[in-house]
Design a protein around this ligand. Structure first.
Ligand code: CO
Length: 182
């Protein structure tokens, strides 16, 4: 169990389309770490590339708003049907302290695998449906700033620049550290 570093806007891994999960054998501890990291950051969802991993998986826990819900794991998730439209303010652990009104389909049907590799098909709406779409966007390299008008994006331009500069510093520091251990 470990809390990992969450990468921020400006880190290239957030712009990558993540690779499908093929090897399910060592996922248990990774998923524990994802949950630990998400709870520590007080988020309701976390995608693998937000901790620097190029894998098509994410976790979500909305049990604080809906006690019937439990923590959920989505592997190789795909949205196969989407309908309707709703607007809701969203934040993102990779773009700290910025909230944007994001328009998304209201109802979705997803196909995904669980830890047991079994495929499931399920319909989602409300907060869970929205969280799934947000995390799916992450795995496709899309962020909430790409889902708003350029005018809305301009309003947070200063904050975005700052986050990006800091993230880029961390990325270059990481590559220097890597060179040292090699
Ligand atoms: Co996010």
């Amino acid at each position: 169990m470990a809390v990992m570093d969450i990468v921020h806007y400006g880190d290239p891994i957030l712009r990558k389309k993540c690779a499908s999960v093929k090897d399910f054998s060592n996922l248990d501890s990774l998923i524990d770490d994802l949950y630990d990291t998400m709870y520590e950051a007080e988020g309701i969802g976390l995608a693998a590339n937000q901790v620097g991993l190029d894998l098509n998986l994410f976790v979500i826990d909305i049990s604080h708003t809906d006690e019937k819900e439990k923590p959920r794991i989505f592997i190789n998730c795909e949205i196969i049907v989407s309908e309707g439209q709703s607007v809701f303010p969203e934040g993102c652990l990779s773009i700290p302290e910025i909230t944007l009104d994001v328009t998304r389909p209201e109802f979705i049907t997803c196909k995904y695998q669980g830890l047991d590799k079994e495929w499931q098909e399920e319909e989602f709406s409300d907060l869970l449906g929205r969280a799934i779409q947000h995390e799916m966007d992450h795995l496709n390299g899309i962020l909430i700033i790409d889902r708003v008008s350029s005018l809305e994006k301009m309003k947070v331009n200063k904050e975005l620049k700052e986050i990006k500069i800091n993230a880029e510093k961390k990325v270059s520091k990481r590559s220097i550290e890597k060179r040292v251990v090699l």
